[in-house]
Design a protein around this ligand. Structure first.
Ligand code: OGA
Ligand code: MN
Length: 224
């Protein structure tokens, strides 16, 4: 069985200058990854983890919070550790991206972490930011989607919010699509998925806000 869908996605292949222009402008962008061997390996791995019950519902392990968390998000996750060829290739890609973005935008991206996520039918993740201003942690969010032949009616869109009720865009979680956005700036939401939806959510972290002059200018509130 081939995992490569006929239409793949209409998005352009990832181009680092386009990505950096978009991050410095609106703060979000989507592109397409073309390493179909890596994508297929990651998809198989995510699906196997799901079938083996190797993913943990968000919030499990934090008993007090669990009910609260289930109202906000219903994904199941597992951290990548780079131990399989697919994961190692993805980490190498993330590292190259980190260096190229730092060279252009001086964001001071320092470390990358990522987890597999599955949203089963009915699952969602309500509107949120991936990082709070001044928390000095997640700077750039990346989400790689691993779903061949995703249909419009399957739901599970990534909705990017603007100010207030504005919806800036909705992205289909199609195989090979990579969403990138600024973690502290871009409110987003995963719409209810109507069938199992696989992805890898990853975050480039900043070691020290002092290392990220471009971000300071853009994001930080004026210090008292
Ligand atoms: C997240 C997230 C978006 C998506 O994991 O924080 O917002 O489209 N994921 O899966
Ligand atoms: Mn998020």
């Amino acid at each position: 069985m081939s995992l490569i869908p006929s239409g793949l996605t209409g998005l352009p292949a990832l181009d680092i200058d386009t990505v950096c222009d978009a991050l410095a402008g609106p703060g979000y962008v989507a592109a397409r990854l073309t390493d179909t061997d890596m994508l297929a390996a990651l998809r198989l791995e995510a699906e196997a983890l799901w079938q083996e019950d190797g993913l943990t519902p968000a919030g499990i392990g934090r008993a007090d919070d669990h009910g609260l968390i289930a109202r906000v998000r219903r994904d199941k996750t597992k951290w990548l550790d780079g131990s399989t060829p697919g994961q190692a290739t993805y980490f190498a890609f993330a590292e190259a991206l980190r260096q190229q973005i730092n060279a252009r935008l001086m964001l001071g991206l320092f470390a990358f972490e990522a987890h597999f996520a599955v949203y089963e039918a009915g699952a969602f993740y309500k509107r949120h930011l991936d990082s709070f201003r001044g928390a000095r942690n997640r700077v750039l969010s990346t989400v790689l989607y691993l779903n061949p032949n995703w249909r419009e009616g399957d739901g599970g869109h990534l909705r990017i919010h603007g100010e207030g009720d504005d919806i800036l865009t909705e992205l289909r979680p199609e195989f090979g699509t990579l969403a990138l956005f600024l973690s502290e700036e871009i409110p987003h939401e995963v719409m209810v998925s109507h069938r199992e939806r696989f992805s890898i959510a990853g975050w480039h972290r900043c070691n020290d806000r002092g290392l990220a002059p471009a971000l300071q200018a853009r994001v930080l509130p004026i210090a008292p």
